[in-house]
Design a binder for this molecule. Structure first.
Ligand SMILES: Cc1cc2nc3c(=O)[nH]c(=O)nc-3n(C[C@H](O)[C@H](O)[C@H](O)COP(=O)(O)OP(=O)(O)OC[C@H]3O[C@@H](n4cnc5c(N)ncnc54)[C@H](O)[C@@H]3O)c2cc1C
Ligand code: FES
Length: 277
């Protein structure tokens, strides 16, 4: 029998595309092999490597939850060559997909706790997976608070989700933009400042954050000042990756690999690895 080649992607088809913001599109994708699609499982926070033939391969989080299995959703912000090629795709186009890769959010240890999500821009993508997963298992979690911001109103991602979450009485949703707020309920101010204004209580609460590195840096500082312990703060890192399976050495922090040991880390773990955001 030929050994499995971990670099070889499965063929998949884009079945739908949603324009989220001027620079971000979401892609609903299914494996061409129907049996693989029906058997496919993953954990919230895991990623996939999408390849566009002739352009290359890049890493994206699976931002649909494993509790909704009709398709896999990836959201792609246009940054360079591969993401530019993905933005040229149309429904029906074929891509390569290697998934699932990496570790995931420790959602079992988070059961019975209040959950605070703090996101910025495309950083809502991994949080979306966990938020939808928790909403599909709502009885397992206590209060859910989401603080989410982007540069402008137009840059807020997942507007359909935001509308739904804002209308639920079991979620506290706080939206903010850096500039030109259209008015309530959308605040104006940087995410770390809004976090300080909201001042969530750390007792019995786990905070999960993802966004631009500068946002994460100040969010982590502010969470510490609010009294959150390093074990209770979780983030997901976006280092540049190539193989995604711990073989090429592109994404290491010391002897650890973000692609294999991450991308999800507690702040305590990052501190133990001497990693500074
Ligand atoms: C674990 C993980 C999860 C990710 N999830 C998502 C996601 O859900 N949606 C999404 O849009 N992007 C995500 N990314 C980032 C995405 O992989 C990069 O934007 C993409 O690889 C850029 O490829 P490119 O060929 O278009 O850009 P390139 O042509 O290679 O580079 C263009 C520009 O983007 C910068 N860049 C490239 N890679 C990264 C990176 N990893 N982080 C920051 N800047 C980068 C380069 O420095 C350069 O300035 C994730 C990355 C990782 C590691
Ligand atoms: S991307 Fe190759 S070791 Fe992590």
């Amino acid at each position: 029998m030929t050994p499995h080649n971990p670099y070889l992607p499965d063929l998949a088809t884009v079945i739908d595309i949603v324009d989220e913001t001027p620079t971000i599109k979401s892609y609903k994708v299914i494996f061409n092999d129907r049996e693989k699609m029906s058997r496919f499982t993953f954990e919230p926070g895991q990623v996939g490597q999408i390849s566009v033939f002739g352009a290359g391969e890049s890493t994206f989080v699976i931002n649909s939850p494993p509790t909704r299995t009709e398709y896999l959703q990836f959201s792609v912000m246009k940054a360079g060559e591969v993401t530019g090629a993905i933005h040229q795709l149309s429904p029906g186009d074929q891509i390569g997909l290697r998934a699932p890769l990496g570790n995931w959010f420790p959602y079992t240890q988070m059961k019975g706790k209040n959950i605070l999500f703090v996101g910025g821009g495309i950083g809502l993508a991994p949080l979306r997976t966990l938020i939808l997963f928790m909403l599909d298992n709502r009885q397992d979690y206590k209060e859910i608070t989401i603080i989410y911001g982007a540069r402008t109103d137009a840059d807020l991602c997942y507007k359909e989700d935001l509308k739904e979450w804002g209308g639920r009485d079991d979620i506290t949703l706080i939206l903010t933009v850096d500039a030109n707020s259209p008015g309530p309920p959308i605040r104006q101010g940087f995410v770390p400042t809004v976090l300080n204004d909201v001042a969530p209580k750390p007792a019995d609460t786990v905070a999960v954050t993802c966004g631009p590195p500068i946002m994460i840096k100040y969010v982590l500082q502010n969470l510490a000042a609010l009294g959150f312990g390093a074990e209770e703060v979780i983030t997901t890192l976006e280092a540049r990756m190539k193989c995604g399976i711990g073989l090429c050495g592109r994404c290491n922090i010391g002897s650890h690999y973000i692609c294999k040991d991450g991308p999800v880390f507690s702040l305590a773990r990052l501190k133990a690895l001497d990693f500074e955001i």
